[in-house]
Every structure is written in structure tokens, then in C-alpha cells.
Design a protein. Sequence first.
Length: 280
Amino acid sequence: YDFLQVRLQVQNVEKPLYRGTFHCFQSIIKQESAFGLYKGIGSPMMGLTFINALVFGVQGNTLRALGKDTPLNQFIAGSAAGAIQCVICCPMELAKTRMQLQGTGEYKLKMKNYKNSLDCLVKIYRKEGLRGINRGMVSTFIRETPSFGFYFLTYDCMTRYLGCEAEDSYIIPKLLFSGGMSGIVSWLSTYPVDVIKSRLQADGVGGVTQYNGILDCVRKSYHDEGWRVFTRGLTSTLLRAFPVNAATFATVTVFLMYMRSEGDLRECEPGPAIQQPSSL
């Protein structure tokens, strides 16, 4: 779904290749084979573990430093985590985007610019230096900072509202639902910025540069395609957001609850199960 999202976000409005999410999916399988859907997967696989570790680590430590678990502090801690992980996220998504756009509409690549995600980053660095590797950093920062704030705030509110406690027999479905909704809210909060980020990172592919910066990209995109341009690929994004974030949050929460309960058993005398807080 991430692959479909990028293809839809950056396609040429004058010569559109895809009419929507399903047509994009059909066209890629038909023109580029089923393996075409996995272009650029190496970059997320390399960086996703580090990003999740960084995000949850920074969020947890920031919340503890703030001293009080309130909705505002949840938003601040999440925003801090989102801002810091941009250092890894931006280059990772640049490589992913360039790989996903490579060989559009071709069953067998006639000319392969990049062998893999690492090769892509190396070649960009050699040609453009650190500035090239960090293309789209400002737009990534603008997207990720509030997005992760809403991400953790929504999860905290949902788990409190649903009453997610350790002894609850329905805790796993509740955590999955809370995590999935958190992912949807976080994407909806800053999705237009993601469209601009993708366009800036794809700019220059094929040797043609269209945009001079964020504001120029916003102005030209709106002028050529209207307000709907800022919702391109939203369907595929939301279809991906729910299951991915449901699994992520549920896994992290259950793991933390298990570790805390293990610590309590080692430190305390046997007794009734200690209730875990509904927030992380």
C-alpha cells in the first residue's frame, strides 16, 4: 500500500497512469509483475527497527521527564519523538521513493539506476552530498512532529476510554483497535504535507526539476490539480495505517506490560495482579 501511495502522489497530472488505488494496483501487477509491488522494500526493512526503537524510547523518556501523564504531555512527548526520528526517516524514505519510481510501467527494467536502497543513497550522496541525502527534511519534520503527537495522544485517549487493563480478557482486541485508530488519526492530521514531501523527494528523477522548495511545490501542485492533489493516495495509506499501527502498538504495549509484571514479581511478594496503566 505504501508503494501505491507514492505512485499516486507523484504521477504526472497531464499524463496520469492511474485512476485510483485499485487501478494502480492492477496496472503495476500487469505491467511490472507482482514483484513490482515490493520495490523499495529494502529501505524500510533497514530503518524501521531503528525508527520504532527511537520513537518509543524518546517518547517514554520525554514523558517521564515531563513528570506527569497528561494528554498535553502525551502530545509533547510524541512530537519530540517524531522530530528526532526524522534524522533516520528522511533518508530512508528518499531511497524508498526513488526505488519505487524506478522502472514505472516496465516489466523488465531497461535501465536500472539503483541496485538497491543502499546503492541509491550512496549514489545520491556522491552526486549531491549531504544536502541530497536529506532532500525533503523540512517537509518530513513538519509532517512527523505533529503527526506523532496525535499518534500517541490518540492511543492514550483510546486505551483510557476502552479501559485497557492487564487483567481484561479483551485487552488484545482493544489494543489493536486503539493502535489502528491512532495510525489513522496521525496520517489524517498531516497527510497533505506527506504529498508535498513525496513530490519533493521524487523531484529530479529523470533529470527534470520542477520545484524550488516547499511553498513552490504547494503552489504549483494546487494550481495544476486543485485541492484534491493533497489527498492523492490517501485511501491506500489508510488501508495500510490501521493494521500496521494496530500490530505495532499492541506488540509494544503487551511487551512492556509483560516486562513490568516480571519486574514486580521479582521485587514484590506474591499477591494479586497489579493493574497496568492504560497509557504507555
